[in-house]
Ligand binder design. Sequence first.
Ligand SMILES: CSC[C@H]1O[C@H](OP(=O)(O)O)[C@H](O)[C@@H]1O
Length: 359
Amino acid sequence: MQGNYKALWLNDDLFDECLEVIDQRQLPFVYDTRHLTNTEEVVNAIKNMTVRGAGVIGSVAAFGIYIAAIEVEGDYEALKEKAALIRESRPTAVNLMWAVDRMMELLKDSDDLVDDAREAAIKLNDEEALESQKIAEYGCNIIEDILKKSGKTEINILTHCNAGWLAVIDEGTALAPIYEAQRRGIDVHVWVDETRPRNQGASLTAWELSQSGIKHTIIADNTGGHLMQHGMVDMVIVGADRVSANGDVANKIGTYLKALAAHDNNVPFYVAIPTSTFDFEIRDGVKGIPIEERSADEVRFIKGVDSEGVVREVRITPEDSPAINYGFDVTPARLITGLITNRGVCEADFDKIQEKFRG
Ligand SMILES: CSC[C@H]1O[C@H](OP(=O)(O)O)[C@H](O)[C@@H]1O
């Protein structure tokens, strides 16, 4: 384990500087990293989910433009073609498109494409880190309020998928307030949805929380409703891959069902995002946000480690049964208590969002 909880960093050990990333496909079984040295490797790492999580995809894309700038030896027209490949590598997380567009806009009049791309990517990532810190603070204020009103000594937070430091530079979104709660000495316990089919909760969130010594319990995806009915969840915090202008939230498949259960049981349901996750071009998220469909094999096969410590993938379905794998769903704004952003907490409501972020 690297020790400083970074999902990616620049590495100049090779001939040209490259991007080094944690290979998230192998966690929690093996901690390993990959060198991304050209556009093809960047695109593949995003597609095959070596790197994942809306923010980290954006960060990798920004550094990917820098790597591509080295590859094309500073030719902006050639860089545009590489940028298009990176931009198309996954469809739902808008941070990817946002990062590529921002980089290309900044570079369009550059006289020194390679150096300027490097500087712009570092700046984008530094800003993301600061935003994550703000989300931590605003989100933790809510945790403190809920805990105070409950009269309990421990707060139980349910989260879905992984929106920690593996997903967004530097502390994540949904997990950032939890890390801050730990710093403030709040007694916090996290219910971790396993998050089928790729199990980002069971594999990545649980691993992150273990690394930081935060109390947590992994639950099967269908457990949340039961826990909420019995007063065992004080709040839900999730991340998001795209939030439309009216406050609808695209996040990992299964989030919508958690929001319905939370609504039915009066459990506050918060979504933590940096402002780069807004897509103001889409008014109605349920109708308009593109939903990634991934290989059905992610449903049909499951990865684990056997008693000898060997990582294996096994099929859990009949050989000839078809399966389908939607990566995300959209939670309508009416089910969301609030959006925890780097610029404060905002109602998931068209007018409030416009006023706060576009006014
Ligand atoms: C901060 S968003 C994290 C987000 O990323 C996940 O998707 P994936 O693992 O497919 O990249 C999911 O929607 C999480 O909530």
